[in-house]
Ligand binder design. Structure first.
Ligand code: NAD
Ligand code: 89V
Length: 338
């Protein structure tokens, strides 16, 4: 049984702790937060006997195999580097880093330590998205040439995550990063990207609308569009909707988690709704299920000695798209990616 410690006992970490209770092959033995109230509440809620206010000291004092870093982006690099120093495997929440140099430094530190680093990039692990990836890879539409990967909502995300309203960067760095990662999971690496952004909600600092055009090396063109300023009913938060055109048919992941495949004049509808896990609640259940799935993936990879699909190194590709999107929106250019 692998032994882990949680760092950061805030809003989203509660999902991670629920997920760990169901993951096979690992358990959380200690929690850490500088905020005593949050730390103690999380320890009490999940029956964890050991709490710490200093992550480096915790890594030195506890008998651990890995840490699960659930803090916001500014603390990721020092915490991942501390994990490497302590010889521990690590999971790090998204966004992995705000700057590529920090992301590369974290990957290099964990490589030097010979330890596994996974980014908690969970949207591609949502079961409806997984079903879509599987159908595409099985050839449901033949050779794909166009896609739209879309996330549009008016859901109030600021009450649970107040920093989203005050950070200078909002939707691309927080949410677009997931949707860009899904595009990579579907069609592979991107050779060029153009983006435009807007801020519709005057009460926030960053952009809440982003529209991005991606050229993939595989020849597919993808439109990735994200909005937290879209008032429509029913609100589809937090569903990612997908449309793919291929030379043999079309595929849609529609609102309500319906996967529709049309080919040769026939239509097949697959119900791919995620389960509502016993600890989960609508509408977050889709995200919550993917937390448990990605954490199980991390443990399976450690046990089998293989890199996680969303490793730190893999995530450099997603971060490059985030950087390119901000640069393109700022300068009005299409950005070529190596
Ligand atoms: P939060 O502010 O609610 O919680 C972060 C906690 O970390 C706080 O309690 C803070 O005191 C603690 N912390 C910060 N630095 C620390 C340090 N050096 N040592 C110990 N404790 C420290 O934040 P949140 O909303 O839970 O978000 C955390 C991360 O999760 C963010 O990066 C966010 O983008 C990500 N997130 C991911 C998803 C997803 O689906 N993958 C969803 C929501 C949030
Ligand atoms: O998944 C996330 O990263 C969240 C949210 C869904 C609110 O964008 O921050």
């Amino acid at each position: 049984m692998l032994k882990g410690a949680l760092i950061g006992c805030g809003f989203f970490a509660q999902n991670q702790m629920h997920g760990w209770q169901a993951v096979e092959g690992a358990r959380i033995v200690a929690v850490c937060d500088r905020d005593a109230e949050r730390r103690e509440a999380t320890a009490r809620r999940f029956g964890i006997g050991r709490g710490h206010d200093d992550a480096a000291r915790m890594m030195a004092e506890e008998d651990l195999d890995f840490v699960d870093i659930a803090t916001t982006v500014g603390s990721h690099r020092p915490l991942v580097e501390a994990a490497a120093e302590a010889g521990l495997h690590a999971i790090c929440q998204k966004p992995f880093a705000e700057a590529m140099q920090d992301a590369r430094a974290m990957v290099a530190a964990m490589d030097r330590a010979g330890k596994t680093l996974m980014v908690h990039e969970n949207f591609r692990w949502q079961s409806p998205v997984r079903a879509t990836i599987r159908a595409l890879r099985e050839g449901a539409v033949g050779r794909p040439f166009f896609a739209r990967v879309s996330f549009r909502s008016g859901h109030d995300v600021f009450s649970g995550q107040p920093y989203l309203a005050t950070d200078p960067r909002f939707i691309i760095q927080d949410l677009g990063i997931h949707i860009l990662d899904i595009a990579r999971a579907l069609f592979g690496e991107v050779t060029g990207l153009a983006a435009s952004t807007a801020r519709i909600n005057p009460a926030i600092r960053g952009e809440d609308v982003a529209t991005m055009l991606l050229d993939h090396a595989s020849g597919v063109t993808t439109v990735v569009d994200c909005s937290y300023a879209t008032r429509r009913q029913p609100d589809t938060f937090p569903q990612t909707l997908i449309e793919i055109d291929g030379d043999a048919g079309t595929l849609r992941l529609d609102a309500g988690y319906r996967l529709v495949i049309q080919r040769d004049g026939r239509e097949e509808v697959r119900e791919v709704a995620p389960p509502v896990l016993p600890w989960a609640e609508r509408p977050w259940h889709n995200i919550q299920e993917s937390v448990q799935i990605i954490q199980q993936h991390f443990v399976d990879c450690l046990r089998e000695g293989r890199p996680p699909e969303t490793s730190g190194r893999d995530n450099l590709g997603t971060l490059a798209l985030v950087e390119a999107a901000y640069a393109s929106a700022r300068d009005g250019n299409r950005i070529a990616l190596p």
